[in-house]
Design a binder for this molecule. Structure first.
Ligand code: NAD
Length: 334
C-alpha cells in the first residue's frame, strides 16, 4: 500500500550530475522516482546503483518531445550545463530550454503536478551588481556563444511565470550557482573537474585569464538540500530563488587548494579568458535563508576532498577514458 507521504516524482535529466544525486535523495525519502533522460551528457552509470530499488524507474526520452506520465511533482533538470556541452549543439540547447519547458509545463498542467525549474546564475550574465540578488535582471548578450544557454534559461523562466499567471500552475524556480561534486562529467571543461583531473594526472593546470576572476562553489549535497526545500514551500512561493554557496574564491585560490589536497606538483599555465566569461559571481542568499531556512554546510576542504576521491577512483579503475569518449547514446539532434 502506498504511504500517505509517498509521491511519484519525475526528474528530467535524472541521469546527469545533479539529477542523479536528486534521484538518490528522493528515493532515500521514500518516494517513487521516474528518471527521464536522453543521455546527451548524462549516463546510465550515474544511476546504476539505484536500480535495486523497486521505487526507481529509468526511461530514455528527449523532453523536447511530449511525455505522458502520471506524477505529483516534476524537477526539470534536463539541459546540458557546461559551456563545452551546451555549445556543442546550441540549437538543441535552446530547444531543451524552451520546447522542453513547454512540454514539462504542459504535463504539469495536465496532471496538476508541482513543477520546479533548474534555472541558473547564468541568467545574470556578467553581472554589474555583486553579490546578485534575485531582483537583479542581469546583463546577457542575446547573440553571443553563451546565449543559447543563458537566453534559453531566461526564456524558460518566462514560460514558468506565464504558466503561473495564465493557469495558476504551482511553479518553483531555482537559480543554481556553480555546483561541484562526485559524478560531474570528467570532460565538461568546468573549472573544478578540470583542475582536479589535471592535478591527479600531473598535467599542467590551465588557468583562463590571470586567475583573479572569482566564483562561488557549492557542494552538491547542499544544492540538493536547497532544491528539495524549495519544492516543499507553500504554493504561493514561486521564487526565483538563488541556491548556492556564497563563499567566494579566486580561480587561482581554487587551483592552489586542489594542488594541496591532491599533493600534485602540476604547474599552472595561463590562457586567454573566453568571450563573455563572467568576472565575478556570488549568490545573495537572503531570500533562500528567509524562505527555505537554507544555508550551505559543506566547506571547500570536505567538498573538494570528496570530489578528488571520486575522480581518483574513476582514473585508477580505468573508467575515466571510457567516460570521456563520446557516449554511443549521446546523439546530436538536428
Ligand atoms: N551543475 C551546475 O553547476 C549547474 C549550475 C546552474 C544550473 N544548473 C542546471 O542544473 C541542471 C542539471 O545540471 P548538471 O550539472 O547535472 O548537468 P548534466 O549535463 O550533468 O545533466 C543534464 C542532464 O540532462 C540530460 N538531458 C539533456 N538534454 C535532454 C533532453 N532533451 N531530454 C532529456 N534529458 C536531457 C542529460 O543527458 C543529462 O543527464 C541543468 O538544467 C543545468 O542548467 C547546473
Amino acid at each position: 500500500m502506498k504511504d500517505a507521504g509517498q509521491k511519484k516524482i519525475l526528474v528530467t535529466g535524472g541521469a546527469g550530475f545533479l539529477g542523479s544525486h536528486l534521484c538518490e535523495r528522493l528515493l532515500g525519502e521514500g518516494h517513487d522516482v521516474l528518471c527521464v533522460d536522453n543521455f546527451y551528457t548524462g549516463s546510465k552509470r550515474n544511476v546504476k546503483h539505484l536500480h535495486d530499488s523497486t521505487s526507481f524507474e529509468l526511461v530514455r526520452h528527449d523532453i523536447t518531445f511530449p511525455l505522458y506520465v502520471e506524477v505529483d511533482e516534476i524537477y526539470n533538470m534536463a539541459c546540458p550545463a557546461s559551456p563545452v556541452h551546451y555549445q556543442n549543439d546550441p540549437v538543441q540547447t535552446t530547444k531543451v530550454c524552451v520546447h522542453g519547458s513547454i512540454n514539462m509545463l504542459g504535463l504539469a498542467k495536465r496532471v496538476k503536478a508541482k513543477i520546479l525549474q533548474a534555472s541558473t546564475s547564468e541568467v545574470y550574465g556578467d553581472p554589474t551588481v555583486h553579490p546578485q540578488p534575485e531582483s537583479y535582471c542581469g546583463t546577457v548578450s542575446p547573440i553571443g556563444p553563451r546565449a543559447c544557454y543563458d537566453e534559453g534559461k531566461r526564456c524558460a523562466e518566462t514560460l514558468f511565470f506565464d504558466y503561473r499567471r495564465q493557469y495558476n500552475l504551482p511553479i518553483k524556480v531555482a537559480r543554481i550557482f556553480n555546483t561541484y561534486g562526485p559524478r560531474m562529467h570528467p570532460d565538461d571543461g568546468r573549472v573544478v573537474s578540470n583542475f582536479i583531473v589535471q592535478a591527479l594526472t600531473g598535467k599542467p593546470i590551465t588557468m583562463y585569464g590571470d586567475g583573479s576572476q572569482t566564483r562561488s562553489f557549492c557542494y552538491v549535497d547542499d544544492l540538493i538540500e536547497g532544491l528539495t526545500r524549495l519544492m516543499a514551500t507553500p504554493d504561493d512561493f514561486t521564487g526565483p530563488v538563488n541556491i548556492g554557496n556564497p563563499a567566494e574564491a579566486t580561480i587561482l585560490e581554487l587551483a592552489e587548494k586542489i594542488l594541496a589536497i591532491t599533493g600534485s606538483k602540476s604547474e599552472l599555465v595561463f590562457r586567454p579568458l573566453p568571450e563573455h566569461d563572467p568576472k565575478r559571481r556570488q549568490p545573495d542568499l537572503t531570500l533562500a535563508r528567509e524562505k527555505l531556512g537554507y544555508s550551505p554546510k559543506v566547506g571547500w576542504d570536505e567538498g573538494l576532498e570528496k570530489t578528488a576521491a571520486y575522480f581518483d577512483e574513476i582514473l585508477s579503475t580505468g573508467r575515466f577514458d571510457a567516460m570521456r569518449r563520446i557516449h554511443p547514446e549521446r546523439r546530436v539532434a538536428t
